[in-house]
Design a binder for this molecule. Sequence first.
Ligand SMILES: *Cc1c(COP(=O)(O)O)cnc(C)c1O
Length: 400
Amino acid sequence: MKSNTQLVSAGRHPERFAGVVNTPIFRASTILADSMAEWDAMKRARAADQVGASTYGRFGTPTTHALEEAVAAIEGGYRSLVYPSGLAAIATVLTALLAAGDHVLVPDSAYSPTRTFLMQVLARYDVEVTCYDPLVACGIDTLMRPNTRVVYVESPGSETFEIQDVPAIAAVAHAQGAVVVMDNTWGTPLFFKPFEHGVDVSIQAATKYIVGHSDAMLGIATCTRETWLKVKQATYDMGQTAGPDEIYLALRGLRTMGVRLQQHGASGLRIAQWLEDQPDVEVVLHPGLPSHPGHVLWKRDFTGACGLFAIVLRTRSQKALTAFVDALQHFGLGVSWGGYESLAIPFTPGKSHVGARWPYQGLALRLHVGLEDTEDLIDDLRHGFEALQRVQSVAEESYA
Ligand SMILES: *Cc1c(COP(=O)(O)O)cnc(C)c1O
């Protein structure tokens, strides 16, 4: 089945819900049994890990299981679990797979709350954390220790957009008995197939493109058969569960994610190309551009790009950056991404980021290209550059 067909059909069972196309929103804590015999059967089904088995709202309802089934199918893993946010999924999976005395490798380009969770929370429970250069590839070999249990990857890097050689890293990790956990939010379940590249647990911040409309928080972890039981157990032990409305919005978003991403990707690339020609731009960090250092790897491993990338302006003046951002009308100023609307947010590459990988001089911005017409977005950015130039020419006059 091709991906758009899969997006439309995965996890849908109208025959179970009076023919209704979409799996309804089930609100549940208590789930009743008809008899002791049925209650025992429900408990046995849960213990046997049957798909859709539940004895309590926290273990999911048909709404929950529909999303889990759909994402596992599309991402190509064994089974999935939903969480109240992307970060909850990350924190739970890492807790599930690590114990006191274990060592974990995390790229210094990972989403910064992920690194904070490892360094501020799991470190307190005697987990050793090493940040590594995302471009290390099979050089990860020299960083592996006998107690390395998890090698975390995120490609491209959050904000800095390094493309990692995931298959090379996974080969080393597996040879030494570690599992590979990936934040695949940028790649989405469509553009990067984690389980074909050696990943053992793939995490989606469904808040982004799966929900796709900036109106819900949700996370999803998809596991291999080997990692499933550990992750599931920790998820239930930690009381992780997500609300039915959020899950419904994710299911609804999923159905149109293919066409949305096609548009985000095409507009994003077109705007990235336009930005490369602007004199006020030092560099555009978009893996789909031939100028991007990770372009060849991206072409090898990914089948598309979403609407998220970064630019570095030539200016180092905060005032000029402020003028640029404040002049934008269609690009909203705010965090998150993956919704239908465009966003721009300044960032400073994190302190722990390997200096050699950030050779740029100017101030950086992350852009999310939404579903607006590209002509309007380019006009918007043009106004931003005009505002930036006005600030710079005033500054030059006052020096003169
Ligand atoms: C947003 C984001 C997350 C966290 O997701 P939330 O739903 O906001 O908790 C994790 N990873 C990446 C790459 C993200 O962009």
